[in-house]
Design a protein around this ligand. Structure first.
Ligand code: PHE
Length: 351
């Protein structure tokens, strides 16, 4: 271009610039174009520089025209850059495209085992009545599991618990250790370590040397309960267990106590609730009787109290013990206790 640009020269420059810009598809191409036209040695820049050698009035018209061209080119440049940027965003969006109308993917969520849930529910019921939750060892001494509970060696009452003995023989040739057959040894351990008032519940695993069937497992959970203080009566026991039954099985429950025998309580009782399925009319669950036995209980035997050093003329108390799986089976209509130990997700996922 000469140092004296005519309006036609400028028009041609603008036209070719815009044509070239149209072809520039990448940001690199656009940058090259910018350098070629608007850069320090670019074609339009040269024109603008050449204006200084013109006569003043020529300079004014040519300068104004050149500046208009410059404004057009700059505006188109910005537009072209924006287009490339949008194109890039669109490509990214296209690549990571998600269909928001698809159903969500299921995330498997863990949960507590039904036995654990039941243990917690039972303990919560008693905690609401002021009972503390304590735990004890599963490998236990004969001393706590039997002897201190008024079940001497060779006494026929031991037949109530088929025992898994630990294969360890002491100096007397006896096997003093076992897998606890019930949570009752914790009655003794608790009283040995505390003065009345005592109010505890003891959840835990128990073991028995038993063939399994729909209602028997060789391992299972129990929750034990113990309350000892001055002036505790059988009526306190009934009231406490009644409230428990209502909390777990519904507020309209009725309870029934009948005489039963356990060496560590006197008198001993078995508690039943009215069948919540048939409301007492008689069905499968209650085996036609209208009643469902749910736990053993009784007033703590004075022999047991004296054994731990409590004055049985001053203190009385009650104790109870229940099978956790049995409570869950009744509550949820489960017909086989072995399901609790089957690790079958089809069962577990229902809770
Ligand atoms: N330990 C008894 C059992 O396992 C249940 C029980 C506990 C009974 C406390 C009375 C008092 O059969």
């Amino acid at each position: 271009m000469t140092s004296n640009p005519t309006p036609t020269d400028l028009e041609e420059l603008q036209a070719s610039a815009l044509r070239e810009l149209e072809q520039a598809a990448s940001s690199e191409a656009i940058e090259q174009w910018r350098v070629a036209y608007l850069g320090r040695r670019g074609r339009l820049t040269q024109v603008l520089r050449g204006l200084s050698s013109l006569a003043p009035d020529e300079r004014r018209t040519a300068g104004a025209a050149a500046n208009r061209v410059k404004a057009v080119l700059e505006e188109r440049l910005a537009g072209a850059e924006e287009n490339v940027r949008l194109g890039r965003l669109q490509a990214i969006a296209e690549e990571g495209r998600i269909d928001v109308t698809l159903p969500g993917r299921h995330v498997p969520v863990g949960r507590l085992h039904p036995t654990t849930q039941m243990v917690r529910e039972i303990c919560d019921a008693f905690a609401s009545m002021g009972f503390q939750v304590v735990e004890g060892p599963e490998v236990e001494w004969d001393y706590y599991n039997f002897e201190m509970l008024n079940i001497p060696k060779d006494h026929p009452a031991r037949d109530m618990w088929d025992t898994l003995w630990i294969d360890h023989v002491d100096a007397q040739g006896e096997r003093p250790m076992l897998l606890r057959t019930h949570t009752s040894p914790m009655q003794v351990r608790t009283m040995q370590n505390a003065e009345p008032p005592v109010r505890v519940v003891v959840p835990g695993k128990c073991y028995r040397y038993e063939a399994t069937d729909a209602t028997h497992e060789w391992h299972f959970y129990q929750v034990e309960g113990l309350a000892v203080d001055e002036g505790i009566t059988f009526a306190d026991m009934k009231g406490t267990l009644y409230e428990f039954a209502r909390l777990i099985f519904g507020s309209e429950r009725k309870v029934r106590f009948r005489v039963d025998f356990f060496p560590f309580v006197e008198p001993g009782a078995e508690m039943a609730i009215d069948c919540f399925v048939c409301k007492g009319g008689g069905c499968n669950v209650c085996k036609g009787t209208g009643w469902i036995e749910i736990l053993g209980a009784g007033m703590v035997n004075p022999t047991v109290l004296e054994g731990v050093g409590y004055d049985s003329s001053r203190y009385t108390g009650f104790a109870f013990g229940m099978g956790v799986e049995r409570i869950a089976m009744l509550k949820y209509g489960i017909d086989d206790i072995r399901l609790f130990y089957g690790n079958d997700l089809r069962f577990l996922q229902q809770f």
